[in-house]
Design a protein around this ligand. Structure first.
Ligand code: CA
Length: 412
């Protein structure tokens, strides 16, 4: 999901509904071999034998199971990626440089033109702005260019057998078999990225079952083939299902007044736009704020980076990937495809992202200092941000919640 680098998918995207709660999209990298693939294939086969009983009880036919599960091997590469995906994190500015590059914008313009009629029909049917659908397509597969060629059932079976998130991946494997049983495609075409996300917009199998649509009317929901019609419509159906408001922004860049109370910056603090306006918040160009319902102020790069006012559509995009950087990339790319302006503010580019060890250390030290992160998992989510803010306030530093090296160094 999330982004293609050097010939590999780095969770570019999102894995629709994939349980990735990392604060910033992460890059999977390979490390030294950690498994004995030969021995684990025997273990996988034993696991599959037991799984077949459970799948049969769930109504999957022997014929479908034979077509999909025969000859599966333990995929050590998938496990390496799963183990290491939290290790490398990008700063939001590095992420946006790639995710919303000039090439991705111009390719998106071309994709919008090429699929103009289809996208308009999809927008009219589902009430989801065509530029947003296109932006997700651009981030998930570079507009269909990198859809993934990993055998989905093999990835999911390996991850389910592996055990780290066994229940989740067994559910996805069962969903993949249900897709085959429904006749939407055949096992050989059921391909995608390493963690089970499939097709132009990287749907997980369970999301496919819940939201995929046959928009071109050929009787099959086909998100894997060269024609993106069904995948784009399915993405719109997914966003509509989570409450997309057509024509409303995901958010917009803002300026904060001198003396602004940074304790008010959090996705957890929602206020009517009139309140933010009264506090002196304005658009990046100084304009009054548009009212699209309750809104939050977000500082994804800390007090020295760009600030955004975010609306309910932000939370809808989060259903694709909860990382702030991903949501902002989708929203910003969509805005650029509509002819909007680039983010005006700079970023504190001299700061580097914390390593996994440093993030774990930060959480451990914050909790020990009385600012509970409610767990030590290396993910810089809302609880950790709240803890950082608490620490910053106690030390008299600007409480922007940004987990910087400076904060870590101040914690003993
Ligand atoms: Ca179709």
């Amino acid at each position: 999901m999330r982004i293609v680098l050097a010939g590999m998918m780095w969770c570019l995207a999102a894995c629709v509904a994939f349980a990735n709660t990392a604060e910033v999209p992460v890059m999977a990298e390979q490390k030294e071999g950690v498994v004995d693939a030969q021995g684990d294939t025997q273990g996988l086969q034993a696991w599959l034998a037991a799984f077949r009983v459970r799948a049969a009880a769930a109504g999957i036919s022997d014929a479908v199971m034979d077509s999909a599960l025969t000859g599966l091997a333990y995929d050590a590469d998938v496990i390496r990626r799963d183990r290491n995906q939290a290790e490398f994190t990008k700063t939001i500015w590095d992420y946006l440089d790639t995710a919303v590059s000039d090439d991705r914008v111009s390719n998106g313009m071309a994709a919008l033109r090429k699929q103009a009629a289809t996208l308009q029909k999809i927008e009219d049917t589902y009430g989801v702005d065509k530029e947003v659908v296109t932006a997700i397509w651009g981030l998930e597969s570079a507009y269909g260019t990198f859809r993934g060629s990993v055998r989905t059932v093999q990835s999911l079976a390996t991850l389910a057998y592996d055990g780290r998130r066994s229940a989740f991946f067994e559910g996805e494997l069962l969903a993949a078999l249900k897709i085959l049983q429904a006749g939407d495609t055949v096992a050989a075409n059921l391909q995608g990225s390493w963690a089970g996300a499939m097709g132009h917009t990287q749907f997980m199998p369970s999301s496919f079952l819940a939201y995929a649509v046959d928009f071109d009317g050929d009787g099959k929901r086909n998100i894997w083939g060269d024609d993106p019609t069904d995948a784009l419509a399915s993405t719109a159906a997914y966003l509509a299902g989570y409450g997309w408001t057509k024509g409303a922004p995901w958010g917009l860049e803002i300026t904060l007044p001198a003396g602004f109370d940074y304790d008010q910056t959090s996705e957890r603090v929602k206020k009517p736009v009139a309140n933010w306006q009264a506090m002196g918040v304005r658009g990046a160009d100084g304009a009054d704020l548009p009212d699209h319902g309750p809104a939050s102020v977000l500082l994804p790069g800390g007090a020295r980076g760009a600030s955004f006012l975010i609306f309910s559509n932000f939370q809808v995009i989060e259903r694709y990937n909860t990382a702030d950087a991903y949501v902002i990339a989708v929203g910003h790319l969509a805005d650029l495809l509509k002819g909007g302006a680039r983010i005006k503010s700079g970023w504190p580019r001299e700061l580097r992202a914390l390593t996994l060890d440093e993030r774990l250390d930060l959480q451990t030290r914050l909790t020990a200092a009385g600012f509970d992160t409610l767990g030590v998992d290396g993910k810089m989510g809302p609880n950790t941000i709240a803890a950082v803010k608490g620490f910053q306030k106690a030390r008299g530093i600007v409480p922007d919640g940004y987990p910087s090296l400076d904060v870590l160094n101040r914690l003993e």
